[in-house]
Design a protein around this ligand. Structure first.
Ligand code: SF4
Length: 365
């Protein structure tokens, strides 16, 4: 039986960042308690249905750290007692540097958390302020150090690219800062202005880098992170050797996962489904069917996000047929433009190809 990942969504934040479209809002202590009670019930429901081994558990949000270590451990204990969690499972919790100050990392470690992902976003005060972040870079460093001293040495930092006012130099300062924190992993996403966010309503006024500048920033990030030994293994993810994030790798390899919480998506037994962006509907256990998943096009699309790319033998194993000749013909064309690499065993995008991955992938599938 192939293992699955389990995702738990915590839909609470202390304040809303102006660029964020994740499902989250402020919550009271009483709302946190109700959320835990309902979620433990829903974890129990799924764990009774699912006998598959679990190779990763990921607490995301929102800001999981705002509900505190005791509640996080209560949820993880429910996952561990219900599901068949592998003894070497990767168990991650997202932490905000501000609420991270009150997290009891010793407790988290002994409960089973072995990885934290901290939302730094930038080490430059002006950029943090523009992003509406409520913490300093120093607080992120302190949170990292506290996690490591408690025995959680697998720390990831989030870093944002294409922030208003950002330059290649300021981005390098942020990367220097991450390297000084000695973290094992860095996720580095381009800022996207999503409809419905505060940034969307003021986007004309934001000093956003144009497309050429975005490309310069991205290429500089890949190069500079690489010099510090953070190897790119996915379009937006970089890690020291052996510290690639297992939970997200499972998504990109088209593995199965169960998502618990409002707005959380699942891919399980060939079906896609999710809970809507409504906490009451989630409490009422209303699930929205999203059709079937895991077909060959989706598999190719996800595999090409990874540096390792599409391995032909794995494709053949899954779909009992060779990679379509049309795909190979087009990939050959892209390789001549230095956008893809192709050999007899696999096809992958180059760094330059990652910059225009949407266009390439839509041509290929
Ligand atoms: S802390 Fe994270 S989830 Fe919460 S509003 Fe900010 S970006 Fe969104």
């Amino acid at each position: 039986m192939d293992p699955i990942g389990v995702y738990i969504h915590i839909p609470f934040c202390k304040s809303k960042c102006p660029y964020c479209d994740f499902f989250s809002g402020k919550g009271s202590e009483a709302e946190f308690d109700r959320y835990i009670k309902e979620t433990v019930g829903i974890i129990n429901y799924w764990s009774q249905l699912c006998e598959k081994p679990v190779s990763s558990v990921y607490f995301g949000g929102g800001t999981p750290s705002v509900i505190g270590s005791n509640r996080l451990c209560e949820l993880l204990n429910a996952v561990k007692s219900g599901f068949n969690v592998n003894s070497d499972a990767e168990i991650t919790c997202e932490i905000n540097p501000e609420s991270g100050k009150s997290i009891d990392f010793e407790k988290m470690r002994s409960c089973g958390f072995n990885r934290v992902s901290i939302g730094l976003q930038s080490a430059v005060p002006r950029e943090l302020e523009t992003l509406g972040r409520i913490h300093t870079a120093q607080e992120a460093k302190l949170t990292t150090q506290r996690a490591v001293s408690a025995g959680i040495d697998n720390v990831s930092l989030d870093l944002m690219i294409a922030v208003p006012f950002q330059t290649v130099e300021s981005l390098k300062l942020s990367i220097d800062f991450c390297a000084q924190c000695e973290v094992k992993h860095i996720s580095s996403y381009l800022l996207k202005i999503e409809r419905g966010t505060k940034f969307y309503s003021i986007k004309e006024k934001l000093k956003l880098p144009d497309e050429d500048m975005q490309a310069d920033l991205y290429l500089a990030a890949v190069d500079y992170l690489g010099r510090y030994g953070y190897d790119q293994y996915e379009i937006s993810n970089f890690a020291k050797k052996g510290y690639e994030g297992k939970h997200n790798l499972n998504y990109w390899r088209c593995g199965e996962y169960l998502g618990i919480g409002p707005s959380a998506h699942s891919f399980y037994e060939g079906k896609r489904f999710y809970y809507g962006r409504n906490t009451q509907d989630y409490y009422n256990r209303k699930i929205i069917d999203d059709g079937t998943g895991g077909d060959s096009s989706e598999y190719i699309m996800l595999a090409l996000r990874l540096k390792e790319g599409l391995r032909f033998s794995e494709y053949e194993r899954r779909y009992a047929s060779p990679v379509p000749s049309d795909f190979l013909r087009k990939a050959e064309q892209f390789s001549k433009q230095d956008l893809m690499e192709l050999d007899e065993s696999r096809a992958c995008l180059t760094t330059k190809g990652f910059l225009v991955s949407n266009i390439i992938i839509s041509e290929l599938i």
